[in-house]
Design a protein. Structure first.
Length: 105
């Protein structure tokens, strides 16, 4: 099966900015290590429709070229150690992996 890009969509509320900044400082190195691409974040997103909207705070979107690389990023022991700063400095409402479409042709 052909690899497809995957997107990570995070919804969190920052409760301790200083602790969360420790996570942010190390995050981009792990993103690069697994060929990830930062897409955007938004602290003032707007829900337009739906029974269970994202719940305020911040939405972050980034991607990896394949599910394999995304899973390696997630399983990385050093990344999981770093992510403790995210867990301590935020309320993570969701962190989801969404698969992209296969190339057409």
């Amino acid at each position: 099966m052909e690899d497809v890009k995957v997107y990570i969509v995070v919804n969190l509320e920052i409760t301790d900015a200083e602790t969360y900044r420790k996570y942010e400082k190390g995050f981009f190195g792990f993103l690069k290590k697994y060929e990830g691409e930062f897409i955007t974040y938004d602290d003032s997103f707007e829900n337009l429709e739906g029974e269970e909207p994202l719940k305020g705070g911040r939405v972050i979107i980034f991607s990896f070229p394949s599910e394999e690389l995304a899973r390696k990023w997630w399983a990385d022991t050093e990344y999981q150690e770093l992510s403790e700063f995210r867990r301590q400095g935020t309320v993570t409402k969701s962190l989801s992996m969404v698969k992209g479409l296969l190339p057409r042709g």
